[in-house]
Design a binder for this molecule. Structure first.
Ligand code: AMP
Length: 323
């Protein structure tokens, strides 16, 4: 993979703004903070800013910056881990002089002036790590390595998901060599509040299974309020439904103030086309979308059940028209 355009543009610009997606996850935070660290450590005179929403549970790897509009005028924008333009959290990336997209999701929107996308690498943080080790004059501190390592473990599910290969371990090993405290990262990532732990039992009690084996649970606003958990804590509970033998596909619906977010995961059929049909996207086995009403979630589940049926009967699945 050729990173020369990224490398040369970073050298060319004095101000670089690194953007992430809405509802940032570990890989988003990791790639932003890791890339910022590489640029600032290698080229200390440059101004570098990270822009996405703040996530308290990830603040151990870095914080986001407050930036005025005038900063963007002569800046380079690097948008990390964000497949489509409408998922960029801070739309002011459009004010920058040039835009580089750096991503690992299925390509559906090449919104950058330059697009560096590897659909096969399991984390954008690993793409940034590959970039780091492609040029002799790029350097990183232990804080930057920790950010990239965190992004890698979160997006690979602790090195358990498809797409993990020799390069994943080699790059992760090089990060560890640069000062990552592996145990501390694990401690930070596995910590949860007592309230979130209690909410888990509700998810198990209320989950439903469709005729053909899609399991799903709803976390409504009222539940989030009653258990006093953050939306991030609620959303993280999708993994609870992961290991049910009869259910190759699992879904968590989370009711946000203005939308219902769908988190879809699979060990069997590809689910990204269904997510796309509902205005979302993602990977073949991990995707997401947002809908406006519980009526739409019911239609989503019905179609998902049909997809699982086709998968179990080994017949090709075709999206229902007009979804
Ligand atoms: P999540 O459930 O939010 O972790 O999403 C799983 C994957 O799907 C991630 O790679 C997201 O970037 C992607 N994704 C989630 N929601 C959307 C959406 N509304 N549009 C496009 N991609 C999405």
């Amino acid at each position: 993979m050729d990173f020369d355009i990224l490398y040369n543009k970073i050298k060319e610009y004095d101000t670089i703004c690194i953007f992430g997606h809405v509802r940032p996850d570990g890989d988003c935070y990791g790639s932003l903070n890791g890339l910022k660290n590489i640029i600032m450590t290698s080229f200390p005179k440059k101004r570098v800013f990270c822009l996405t929403a703040h996530v308290e549970s990830l603040s151990f790897i870095g914080r986001m910056d407050d930036v005025d509009d005038d900063v963007f005028e002569n800046a380079l924008a690097i948008v990390c881990d964000t497949s489509t333009r409408d998922r960029v959290h801070d739309k002011r990336y459009k004010l920058c002089k040039e835009v580089i997209k750096l991503d690992h999701h299925v390509i559906i929107d090449n919104y950058g002036d330059y697009n560096i996308v590897d659909e096969d690498i399991p984390a954008t943080s690993l793409l940034v790590t590959r970039f780091l080790f492609s040029y002799d004059d790029l350097k990183i501190t232990s804080a930057g390595a920790t950010a990239l390592y965190t992004g890698t473990v979160t997006d690979t599910g602790n090195f358990r998901y498809r797409g993990v290969n020799l390069e994943t371990f080699v790059l992760a090993g090089k990060l560890v060599e640069n000062g990552v405290d592996v145990e501390e990262v694990n401690n930070q990532l596995s910590m949860e509040s007592l309230r979130a732990t209690k909410l888990k039992s509700v998810v198990y009690k209320t989950m439903k299974v469709t005729k053909n084996g899609a399991v799903y649970a709803n976390i409504k606003k009222s539940l989030i309020k009653r258990y006093n958990v953050t939306y991030d804590e609620a959303a993280s509970l999708v993994s609870l439904l992961a290991n049910i033998k009869e259910c190759p596909v699992w879904v968590l619906f989370i009711e946000y103030p203005n939308e219902i977010r769908i988190r879809i995961r699979s060990k069997g059929p590809d689910i990204n086309m269904l997510a796309e049909a509902y205005g979302g996207g993602g990977h073949q086995k991990a995707a997401g979308a947002s809908v406006k009403s519980w009526v739409q979630t019911a239609s989503f589940i019905k179609e998902l059940d049909r997809l699982v049926k086709c998968y179990k009967e080994n017949v090709p699945y075709e999206l229902k028209k007009g979804l």
